[in-house]
Design a protein around this ligand. Structure first.
Ligand SMILES: N[C@@H](Cc1ccccc1)C(=O)O
Length: 540
């Protein structure tokens, strides 16, 4: 008989079952207790099963078997919760060998001429001597005679042992005072026991017949379906999880931002070009050709082809262009190119320029765009054909030659907005930022003067993050310079706000991701992507 069976065996409790269960196939799993239950019912109408028979496999297993049988109407059962007394290890010892005081008495009564007090620990042990001597005095079994102990009676009844034996047998003790005493002495403890009382259900049978879950072609061909037992459908069961595509967290947060922009009257710019010329990425933005951002250390350059064509109209009928840009007026790209060159090299439009020899080849080098402001620039130039107030945004990928670490990747996503109008002021930009970021749940902003070659004034935006409890940098902004806007041909009194922020930062904060490589790239855990719900930006 193996250990597994031993549990089932103990469980059945009644002696008369022993012979019977021992013959049952011992390969049955411990968790399958349905058979012993059915067998027990063939012998008795309402047997009991006690969970304390499963020291390592508590009542869950018993209950599982009964639930299984009950769901098939084969048994009915009820669980009875009772409190029972059990012996501690020390209690067991005393039940077997007698109490401390009885041991002390036995030694003292055996010494006809009295026993020296100092000898007692050596004979019965230190613990027995200490506790036992005290109790034996209290019970009046022994007395002190100078330095000797003498018995006062010939025989005693060891009540402690008697009580423990009662508890061992019946799991209860009627004498409440004695019970409290044993508990206080830590010889017994109160514990819970669940007993299951079960009886035959309407579909009781000795064997648990295998239930078929599916009608198969083989069953039809062989005719075995006629006698098969089919498992009833469980309409409450959860279906198997279906596999389906899921949006990446960045896409979900991106969608939240798109909604904010659309709600505020913005049109989306087409950002479907990762490769730009130096012209659109830098020169048109009044970024001087010696600017450190244009270094190889900061920007990825394309080696083939080495050189691009000059700036030109892409596709005037691109369906993705903002509707507000529809215009039949042709734009003069040569004029624009010349203006950009002049404003850098010699100064124009009231600006003294940078005054360095501007290099056309530098402007025609191809780069992986370092910001989506290159797109905004292309759009603003198109706006010059028919200048009017507009609001544009984009959210797309940009590339920077950065050392990759926990918070930086060489490519990330930029959220960018521009607002063009007449009579715009810096106060208006600050006011707009407050409305825009409030929609993301950021209600306290701070602005810090900053520098961008293409905006003046420029401001870094900091927001107080309630969840993190600190100020975090959330964006960069400014009013585009006249050197940039007038070179495009936009009217002198037109002002344009611009701002940008990364999509990754708010996404990491929302999803509690501290390492950007867990969000993007080969280390991403697909389970994380699939199981994360959409986030709402308002919540922290
Ligand atoms: N291009 C800036 C963002 C910005 C856009 C427009 C105006 C001002 C700032 C950046 O990379 O951070």
């Amino acid at each position: 008989m193996n250990t597994i069976w031993k549990y089932q065996f103990d469980l059945l409790m009644y002696d008369r079952w022993r012979g019977q269960t021992a013959e049952v196939d011992t390969a049955v799993m411990a968790s399958d207790l349905t058979k012993p239950v059915l067998d027990a019912l063939s012998e008795s109408d309402a047997p009991l099963l006690s969970s304390d028979a499963f020291p390592s496999d508590p009542s869950a297993t018993v209950k599982a078997a009964l639930d299984r049988l009950e769901s098939r109407d084969m048994v009915k059962y009820e669980a009875i919760n009772t409190e029972v007394l059990t012996l501690t290890a020390e209690g067991e010892e005393i039940a077997a060998n007698g109490s401390h005081e009885a041991k002390v008495f036995a030694v003292v009564v055996a010494a006809m001429d009295g026993l020296k007090i100092t000898e007692l620990p050596g004979i019965v042990g230190k613990d027995n001597a200490k506790v036992g001597q005290g109790n034996a005095f209290k019970r009046g079994w022994i007395k002190k005679d100078n330095d000797l102990l003498r018995a006062t009676t010939d025989s005693i009844v060891d009540e402690t042992q008697q009580h423990l034996l009662t508890v061992q047998k019946t799991k209860t003790l009627a004498d409440n005072k004695a019970m409290q005493d044993l508990k206080r002495r830590k010889l017994i403890v109160l514990s819970k026991e669940i007993t299951y009382k079960f009886s035959k259900g309407p579909k009781y049978a000795r064997e648990l017949v295998k239930e078929e879950t599916d009608l198969t072609p083989e069953m039809i061909a062989s005719g075995s379906w006629k006698t098969a037992h089919f498992k009833p459908y469980n309409f409450n069961a959860k279906g198997a999880p279906t596999t389906a595509g899921t949006l990446h967290p960045l896409n979900k947060v991106r969608q939240e931002f798109r909604n904010i922009f659309f709600e505020m009257g913005f049109e989306e710019m087409p950002t479907n070009r990762f490769v730009e010329t130096g012209f659109w990425n830098f020169d048109a933005l009044f970024v001087p050709q010696q600017h450190p951002a244009r270094d190889l250390q900061d920007t990825f350059y394309i080696s083939d082809p080495l050189k691009a064509d000059g700036p030109r109209e892409d596709d005037p009928n691109d369906p993705h262009l903002p509707k507000s840009l529809k215009s039949d007026k042709p734009l003069d790209y040569q004029q624009y190119w010349d203006n950009v060159k002049e404003v850098h090299q010699d100064g124009k439009f009231g600006s003294i320029g940078y005054r360095y020899p501007w290099n056309a080849d530098e402007s025609l080098r191809l780069v992986l765009r370092t910001h989506t402001t290159s797109i905004s620039t292309y759009m603003l130039h198109k706006l010059a054909a028919n200048p009017r107030p507009v609001r544009y945004f984009s959210i797309d990928r940009v590339f920077r030659n950065e050392a990759v670490d926990a918070t930086h990747l060489a490519e990330f996503h930029q959220i960018e907005g521009v607002i063009a109008d007449f009579g715009l002021t810096l106060g208006g930009l600050i006011g707009f930022m407050e409305v825009f970021f409030a929609k993301m749940g950021i209600h306290q902003l701070r602005f810090k003067p900053a520098y961008n070659p293409y905006t003046e004034p420029s401001m870094e935006i900091f927001g107080y993050h309630e969840g993190l409890g600190k100020w975090v940098e959330i964006g960069n902004s400014g009013m585009f310079r006249p050197e940039m806007l007038e070179a495009m041909g936009l009217p002198k009194n037109m002002r344009v706000y611009g701002w940008g922020l990364s999509l990754e930062r708010p996404t990491m904060i929302k999803y509690g991701v501290s390492n950007i490589r867990e969000l993007l790239g080969h280390k991403v855990d697909l389970n994380f992507i699939e199981t994360n719900p959409a986030v709402r930006l308002e919540k922290d």
